[in-house]
Design a protein around this ligand. Structure first.
Ligand SMILES: NC(=O)c1ccc[n+]([C@@H]2O[C@H](COP(=O)([O-])OP(=O)(O)OC[C@H]3O[C@@H](n4cnc5c(N)ncnc54)[C@H](OP(=O)(O)O)[C@@H]3O)[C@@H](O)[C@H]2O)c1
Length: 272
C-alpha cells in the first residue's frame, strides 16, 4: 500500500511515482494506491487552507490520476478537516468519483468522531480509513483512555471516543509518523529528554533480546491488537523498509508486560 497526497512535494512525489508506473505498468495491479486531497497551499488568492468543495475534490482527483499515470486510485482520503465543508458537496463528489471508476474507496485523515459521522451521514460510500498521527512518541490516543476521570487527563486530547468509533465501524486506523522521525530507533540522542533516552535504550534492549530491529519494536507497540493500527512508513531508505517488516510478526508476540513497559517508560510517569 502506497500513501500519497496531491500536495506531497507539491505534486512531485506523485509525478515520480507515476514515471515508475509508466515504465512498469505491471506493478499497478500489485499495489494499493491511496492519495489525499483537500489541502491548498498559500497562493495569491489566500493563505494555506482546506477545500472540500465538490469542484476542488473532483479537480484534485483528476490531477492525482494524471500525475500517478493511473486510471484509478484505490483509496481517496480527505486530508484535514475543512470547517467550510458542505457534506452534500462531498457526497456528490464521492458519488461521481465512485461511479466513474476513478476512486475505489473513501476515507478521511486527522478527523474526529463527529466529523466522520457527519460525512458518513451524507455519503453512500463507507469511510474505510482514518489516518492520524499516532506513535510511541505521540501517545495521546492511549493516554486519553487511560486517564479518564483523572486530573492529568485534561491535558491529553486525541478525540473523544475516536479510537472506539473507528474500531466499532470497521474504519482502518492508519498512523502517520509512526517512527516519530526515528527518535527511539536510531536518531542522534543529544537533544532527547531523560524519558526519551530511557525508551530508546529499552527499545534497543528488546530488539536485541528478540533478534529483531528497533523499528520493529517501535512499530509493533503501535500495531499490537486490539486497535490494529496500520503504520504508514515514510522513508527514502530501502533498508528502513526492510527493518520495519518484522513488526508484523513482533506485534503478534508482544506481551502485555512488554507493551506496558514501553508505554510507561515513554510517558516518563507511572500510571495512576
Ligand atoms: N495524513 C497526514 O496528515 C500526514 C502527515 C504527515 C505524514 N503523512 C504520511 O505518513 C508517512 C509517514 O510520516 P513521516 O514521514 O512523518 O514518518 P516518520 O516515521 O515520523 O518520519 C520519517 C522520517 O524519519 C526518518 N527516520 C526514521 N527512522 C530514522 C532513524 N532511525 N534515524 C534517522 N532518521 C530516521 C526517515 O528518514 P529515512 O528516509 O532515512 O528513513 C524519514 O525522513 C508520510 O510519508 C506520509 O505518507 C500523513
Amino acid at each position: 500500500m502506497f500513501d500519497h497526497a496531491d500536495v506531497y512535494a507539491l505534486g512531485k512525489a506523485e509525478e515520480v511515482f507515476g514515471k515508475v508506473l509508466k515504465a512498469r505498468a505491471d506493478l499497478r495491479e500489485q499495489m494499493v494506491i491511496q492519495s489525499k486531497c483537500g489541502f491548498r497551499f498559500a497562493d495569491e488568492r489566500g493563505p494555506l487552507r482546506y477545500d472540500f468543495s465538490k469542484e476542488h475534490i473532483l479537480d484534485s482527483v483528476n490531477g492525482i490520476l494524471k500525475r500517478l499515470s493511473v486510471e484509478y486510485i484505490d483509496v481517496l482520503l480527505l486530508h484535514r478537516p475543512d470547517p467550510l465543508m458542505e457534506p452534500e458537496e462531498v457526497a456528490e463528489a464521492f458519488h461521481m468519483l465512485k461511479t466513474s471508476g476513478k476512486v475505489g474507496h473513501f476515507g478521511v485523515s486527522n478527523m474526529n468522531k463527529g466529523q466522520i459521522e457527519l460525512i458518513q451521514a451524507y455519503c453512500e460510500q463507507p469511510m474505510i480509513v482514518n489516518q492520524l498521527q499516532m506513535s510511541l512518541f505521540k501517545r495521546d490516543w492511549v493516554d486519553q483512555g487511560v486517564l479518564v476521570n483523572h486530573e492529568a487527563g485534561k491535558a491529553s486530547y486525541f478525540g473523544e471516543n475516536l479510537l472506539e468509533h473507528c474500531m466499532l465501524n470497521d474504519i482502518q486506523i492508519q498512523s502517520w509518523s509512526p517512527l516519530a522521525k526515528g527518535i527511539y530507533s536510531g536518531k542522534n540522542g543529544n537533544d532527547l529528554s531523560e524519558a526519551e533516552m530511557k525508551t530508546r535504550e529499552l527499545v534497543a534492549k528488546m530488539a536485541e533480546e528478540k533478534g529483531t530491529t528497533r523499528e520493529a519494536i517501535v512499530l509493533s507497540w503501535l500495531m499490537r491488537r486490539p486497535a490494529k493500527v496500520q503504520p504508514v512508513i515514510g522513508t527514502t531508505n530501502l533498508e528502513r523498509i526492510k527493518d520495519c517488516h518484522d513488526a508484523i510478526r513482533q506485534s503478534e508476540f508482544m506481551t502485555r508486560e512488554e507493551w506496558y513497559s514501553l508505554y510507561v517508560t515513554a510517558r516518563g510517569n507511572n500510571l495512576p
